[in-house]
Write a protein that binds this ligand. Structure first.
Ligand SMILES: [Zn+2]
Length: 122
Protein backbone atom coordinates (compact mmCIF):
# COMPACT_ATOMS: atom_id res chain seq x y z
CA UNK A 1 0.00 0.00 0.00
CA UNK A 2 2.88 2.34 0.66
CA UNK A 3 4.17 4.33 -2.25
CA UNK A 4 7.33 5.45 -0.46
CA UNK A 5 6.13 9.02 -0.44
CA UNK A 6 6.47 9.44 -4.19
CA UNK A 7 2.86 10.43 -4.68
CA UNK A 8 0.90 12.77 -2.45
CA UNK A 9 -2.80 13.35 -2.21
CA UNK A 10 -5.50 15.25 -0.43
CA UNK A 11 -8.87 14.03 0.75
CA UNK A 12 -11.53 16.68 1.13
CA UNK A 13 -14.55 15.26 2.87
CA UNK A 14 -17.17 15.99 5.49
CA UNK A 15 -16.20 16.05 9.14
CA UNK A 16 -19.20 13.75 9.80
CA UNK A 17 -18.20 11.25 12.49
CA UNK A 18 -20.12 8.34 10.93
CA UNK A 19 -18.27 8.42 7.63
CA UNK A 20 -15.02 10.36 7.91
CA UNK A 21 -12.80 7.43 8.89
CA UNK A 22 -14.39 5.07 6.38
CA UNK A 23 -13.65 7.58 3.64
CA UNK A 24 -10.05 7.94 4.84
CA UNK A 25 -9.68 4.16 4.70
CA UNK A 26 -11.27 3.83 1.24
CA UNK A 27 -9.28 6.72 -0.21
CA UNK A 28 -6.06 5.25 1.19
CA UNK A 29 -6.87 1.85 -0.33
CA UNK A 30 -8.14 2.99 -3.72
CA UNK A 31 -5.42 5.58 -4.25
CA UNK A 32 -2.68 3.38 -2.76
CA UNK A 33 -1.67 6.15 -0.40
CA UNK A 34 -0.50 5.66 3.16
CA UNK A 35 -2.12 7.84 5.78
CA UNK A 36 1.02 9.96 5.86
CA UNK A 37 0.86 10.44 2.08
CA UNK A 38 -2.27 12.57 2.02
CA UNK A 39 -3.67 15.65 3.65
CA UNK A 40 -7.22 15.56 4.94
CA UNK A 41 -9.44 18.61 4.80
CA UNK A 42 -12.52 17.62 6.78
CA UNK A 43 -15.21 20.28 7.09
CA UNK A 44 -18.99 20.23 7.37
CA UNK A 45 -20.45 19.30 4.00
CA UNK A 46 -17.13 18.20 2.51
CA UNK A 47 -16.93 18.45 -1.27
CA UNK A 48 -20.52 19.65 -1.60
CA UNK A 49 -19.37 23.06 -0.38
CA UNK A 50 -17.34 25.84 -2.00
CA UNK A 51 -13.72 24.72 -2.12
CA UNK A 52 -11.75 25.91 0.93
CA UNK A 53 -8.28 27.37 0.39
CA UNK A 54 -6.82 24.44 2.34
CA UNK A 55 -7.39 22.11 -0.63
CA UNK A 56 -5.39 24.40 -2.89
CA UNK A 57 -2.64 24.59 -0.26
CA UNK A 58 -2.29 20.80 -0.45
CA UNK A 59 -2.22 20.91 -4.26
CA UNK A 60 0.38 23.67 -4.14
CA UNK A 61 2.46 21.41 -1.88
CA UNK A 62 2.36 18.51 -4.31
CA UNK A 63 -0.96 16.69 -3.94
CA UNK A 64 -1.69 14.99 -7.27
CA UNK A 65 -4.38 12.54 -6.16
CA UNK A 66 -7.57 14.18 -4.99
CA UNK A 67 -10.41 12.61 -3.02
CA UNK A 68 -13.71 14.47 -3.09
CA UNK A 69 -16.01 13.12 -0.40
CA UNK A 70 -19.62 13.59 0.57
CA UNK A 71 -22.31 11.47 2.19
CA UNK A 72 -26.02 10.92 2.49
CA UNK A 73 -28.33 10.09 5.39
CA UNK A 74 -28.29 13.60 6.77
CA UNK A 75 -25.35 15.97 6.39
CA UNK A 76 -25.00 18.62 9.07
CA UNK A 77 -23.38 20.88 6.50
CA UNK A 78 -26.47 20.60 4.29
CA UNK A 79 -29.49 20.37 6.59
CA UNK A 80 -32.55 18.84 4.96
CA UNK A 81 -30.88 18.14 1.62
CA UNK A 82 -31.80 14.80 0.00
CA UNK A 83 -29.13 12.25 -0.88
CA UNK A 84 -29.75 12.62 -4.61
CA UNK A 85 -29.20 16.38 -4.39
CA UNK A 86 -26.00 15.84 -2.40
CA UNK A 87 -24.78 13.51 -5.17
CA UNK A 88 -25.57 16.22 -7.72
CA UNK A 89 -23.57 18.73 -5.65
CA UNK A 90 -20.64 16.30 -5.55
CA UNK A 91 -20.86 15.84 -9.33
CA UNK A 92 -20.81 19.61 -9.79
CA UNK A 93 -17.70 19.82 -7.62
CA UNK A 94 -15.98 17.14 -9.72
CA UNK A 95 -16.72 19.11 -12.90
CA UNK A 96 -15.42 22.31 -11.27
CA UNK A 97 -12.23 20.52 -10.25
CA UNK A 98 -11.55 19.40 -13.80
CA UNK A 99 -12.17 22.95 -15.05
CA UNK A 100 -9.79 24.46 -12.49
CA UNK A 101 -6.97 21.90 -12.51
CA UNK A 102 -5.29 19.54 -14.93
CA UNK A 103 -2.99 16.61 -14.35
CA UNK A 104 -4.73 15.47 -11.19
CA UNK A 105 -6.19 12.06 -10.46
CA UNK A 106 -9.62 12.51 -8.93
CA UNK A 107 -11.55 10.01 -6.86
CA UNK A 108 -15.09 10.62 -5.68
CA UNK A 109 -16.42 9.11 -2.47
CA UNK A 110 -20.01 8.93 -1.35
CA UNK A 111 -21.10 7.18 1.85
CA UNK A 112 -24.47 6.09 3.16
CA UNK A 113 -25.47 3.94 6.11
CA UNK A 114 -26.97 1.26 3.84
CA UNK A 115 -24.49 1.35 0.98
CA UNK A 116 -21.25 1.94 2.82
CA UNK A 117 -18.61 4.02 1.07
CA UNK A 118 -18.57 3.99 -2.72
CA UNK A 119 -15.38 5.17 -4.43
CA UNK A 120 -14.87 5.79 -8.14
CA UNK A 121 -12.46 7.52 -10.49
CA UNK A 122 -14.11 10.76 -11.44
ZN1 LIG B 1 -21.83 15.87 6.33
Amino acid sequence: MSNSGETLGVLWNCMERRFMQAQRDEFSNQASLDYTDFWNVALAGGATKPRPKDVKVAIDHGAKVIGLGAHGDGCGGNPGVEDSALMDMLDAQIRQFHRDFSGLTVYALFSTLQGGTQVWRA
